[in-house]
Design a protein around this ligand. Structure first.
Ligand SMILES: C[S@@+](CC[C@H](N)C(=O)[O-])C[C@H]1O[C@@H](n2cnc3c(N)ncnc32)[C@H](O)[C@@H]1O
Length: 282
């Protein structure tokens, strides 16, 4: 792995408010009455360790759609605090490799997984998917929740996925896409607010998959669903203002509100879309 490239990306991605306050997790654990090192239950963490839409329900859907079971090996690209990887392993028994770019998120994930007693089934790896060797490994499935739009060069990314997958292995992604074209100013803003480096149309998404040697099994447009989800998320967060100020303080509250507002604005604007893709290595 080229560490300096990873370090640059790790620093650049912090332009996105969602990634500013890793201490959110520590605050939530304190609120649960847990002291450092105390054992945890994965189910107790799901309110704050899932950085995508519909939390563990979305992960259960992925398990079902790909037929993942106790014999499966799964790579998650962009695993954040490790919530989806832990749920995947706990619910299906699969062995999960959880790859995360940001070192601070990775270290939190390692700590939580170990305390949940899942370290035998979830291996955390810190690195950039485009450069990390993941040496010699082949997976039955590769899954990703809201991470791939960060990674520039869909063709290269899909070629890597194909190389890392077993024959007929599954690729599953929940991702953002471009419903209607963004102009240059909007793209620059998206690059900073969301660290969005790869937003294509859904047609282009499909073509990229086919050109990389995948058969597209499912391509669901999630935009309406995620538009409603983000609106409810913002309203609920604001309603719980006193609780969040007490648990996290003003800086976290303002940052998270700002990020949740950004997502509401972008989905409601009609140009940003959400997509769920299941494809099979041909
Ligand atoms: C919105 S978060 C989602 C985290 C997790 N999938 C979840 O749903 O809880 C996206 C994650 O992808 C990671 N990421 C972005 N680019 C990456 C890359 N090139 N390689 C590995 N991880 C990456 C980010 O650091 C971030 O933690």
């Amino acid at each position: 792995m080229n560490d300096s490239v990873r370090d640059e990306r790790d620093a650049a991605i912090k332009s996105m408010g969602l990634y500013h306050h890793v201490d959110r997790v520590v605050n939530e654990l304190r609120e649960l009455g847990k002291v450092e090192g105390e054992p945890l239950q994965a189910n107790d963490l799901t309110a704050f360790d899932q950085l995508h839409y519909h939390g563990t329900d979305a992960v259960d859907e992925a398990i079902r759609m790909m037929g993942i079971g106790a014999e499966s090996s799964v790579l998650e690209i962009g695993s954040g605090f490790g919530g989806p990887a832990r749920h995947l392993a706990a619910a299906s028994g699969a062995a999960v490799t959880a790859l995360e770019l940001q070192e601070d998120h990775h270290l939190v994930a390692v700590n939580l997984t170990q305390r949940c007693g899942l370290a035998d089934r979830v291996s955390h790896v810190c690195g950039d998917f485009l450069t990390h060797p993941l040496a010699g490994t082949r997976f039955d499935a590769i899954a990703s929740w809201l991470a791939l739009y960060h990674i520039p060069g869909r063709g290269v990314l899909l070629d890597r996925c194909r190389t890392l997958l077993a024959d007929s292995g599954f690729f599953y992604a929940e991702d953002l896409y471009e419903r209607r074209p963004f102009d240059g100013t909007e793209r620059a803003r998206l690059s900073s607010e969301l660290f969005a480096n790869e937003l294509t149309s859904s047609d282009r998404y499909r073509r990229d998959l086919v050109e990389a040697g995948f058969e597209v099994v499912v391509m669901d447009d999630m935009t309406d669903d995620w538009t409603a989800f983000t609106q409810i998320r913002l309203a609920e967060y604001v309603k719980q203002r006193e609780r969040h100020l007490r648990v996290h303080g003003e800086a976290v509250f303002e940052t998270m509100c700002g990020f949740y507002e950004t997502m509401v604005r972008l989905f409601a604007g009609g140009k940003l879309g959400g997509i769920r893709v299941v494809a099979r290595r041909g």
